[in-house]
Design a protein around this ligand. Sequence first.
Ligand SMILES: [Zn+2]
Length: 167
Amino acid sequence: MSKVLVLNASYEPLNITSWRRAVVLIIKGKAETVEHNGLVIYTNFPLPTVIRLRHYVRIPYKEIPLTRRNLLYRDNHTCQYCGYAGDGLTLDHIVPRSRGGKEVWENMVSACVRCNVKKGNRTPKEARMPLRITPRKPHSSLYFEIARHTRGDAHKEWRKYVIGLTG
Ligand SMILES: [Zn+2]
């Protein structure tokens, strides 16, 4: 309940803030409430869960590093071939390194040991192991932060403002 998704004037997610800060932005007229969860903090003032800035803010693009941790996070700690979720996941090069596959977001997925071994030095097509989701480069670290805050049933109202959010 304490976190609020801030949208740019263009409705793109901008950042996550505390409800207190969000309320200040609304009172100052810098933002408007887009979604609230029905809880009322003051008379006629529902607690916002999504707000939108009245003026567009330019933000520099923040590159998210390709690390094991971030990759597992993107893939929801799930084998992208069989759906296994748990410990001992490995990282698989979709097009194997020995065949020119690069170490980039689009060519890396989380895989369980079994699938990784089974696939071996082949492409998913050759191995007849289709990927469950086409791997993409995450937009920004905000994407991860939002994903973390929308696990399970939390902050359901945020989802429609975030494209490509999984899990
Ligand atoms: Zn697997």
